[in-house]
Design a protein around this ligand. Structure first.
Ligand code: ADP
Ligand code: MG
Length: 263
């Protein structure tokens, strides 16, 4: 048993531990019922530090997306709890949860999910507009400068490459100065050069802009951009790696695969 609250096998989560951006305690998610019942997350207790870039890896179907969706308040746990900072998501009304998502959480999807009729600039500021919030101009300038879209800010998504669209999505996720940005396979639809750019921006969001990023990926090279890698198998954390390199990530991935096969 470990007393490090950030260790994936921690038996108790800190309450509230200083420097914790996101924490789950006994987080369990069961999809479906009867014959189609699947336990996607099996009592997951993990914590993500502020201003740290964590990659989540594991075999297909091991619960990575479910963990991200539950942690971001996009999906409701079957049991257990999620805290963003010191806010317990389970204690919030729908309206409070919507507000928390808009103000403190950013999400980047594999499929970009931009609105086709809006320009890049309008896509970036849409969540703020919906929340009735005036953007912090200095912050927004920094974010927009970071993703480097220049005159393409006036273009619509169809006029942008995949890499450019994902840069817009990263800027949109950061626009509200969120505590945490969750990214689910953000480079899954990109070639390696565009992917490297997006990964560089995510890392900059952490190391230059002080945000917390939690990213799902199956790519050891992408995981190499993170400060820490958390490995899941069968809905549970099974290993972790600090200061990952693609080679070390690959080595752990092989052992995780073996553990899954041998049960
Ligand atoms: P990953 O992102 O690691 O590939 P997921 O979190 O998407 O895994 O899925 C974990 C498990 O839960 C899988 O067995 C998947 O089939 C199942 N699952 C995910 N979402 C649903 C859903 N909405 N309904 C039923 N089963 C689901
Ligand atoms: Mg997934």
């Amino acid at each position: 048993m470990t007393t490090d609250p950030f260790h994936p096998f921690a038996t108790h989560a800190p309450y509230p531990a200083p420097g914790t951006a996101v924490a789950t305690t006994g987080l369990t998610k069961v999809h479906g019922s009867g014959d189609t019942r699947v336990t996607a997350l099996d009592a997951v207790t993990v914590a993500f530090r502020e201003a740290e870039f964590t990659a989540i890896m594991g075999p297909s179907g091991c619960g990575k997306s479910t963990l991200l969706h539950c942690a971001a308040g996009l999906d409701t746990p079957t049991a257990g709890s999620v805290r963003i900072g010191t806010t317990e998501l389970g204690g919030l009304s729908d309206r409070q949860l919507t507000r928390l998502r808009r103000d403190r959480i950013g999400f980047v999807f594999q499929a970009f999910n931009l609105l086709p009729t809006l320009t890049a600039q309008e896509n970036i500021t849409l969540p703020l507009a919906l929340a009735g919030r005036r953007p912090d101009p200095e912050w927004l300038d920094r974010v927009v400068a970071m993703v480097g879209l220049g005159e393409r800010l006036g273009h619509r998504p169809a006029e942008l490459s995949g890499g450019q669209q994902q840069r817009v999505a990263v800027a949109r996720a950061l626009a509200s100065k969120p505590a945490v940005v969750f990214a689910d396979e953000p480079t899954g639809n990109l070639d390696s050069r565009a992917g490297a750019e997006v990964l560089g921006f995510l890392r900059e969001s952490v190391h230059e802009l002080g945000r917390t990023v939690v990213m799902v990926t199956h790519d050891p090279v992408a995981a190499g951009y993170a400060d820490r890698v958390l490995f899941l198998a069968d809905g549970r954390p099974v290993d972790e790696l600090a200061h990952p390199t693609p080679g070390r990530v690959l080595d752990v991935m092989k052992t995780v695969d073996t553990r899954v096969r041998t049960g």
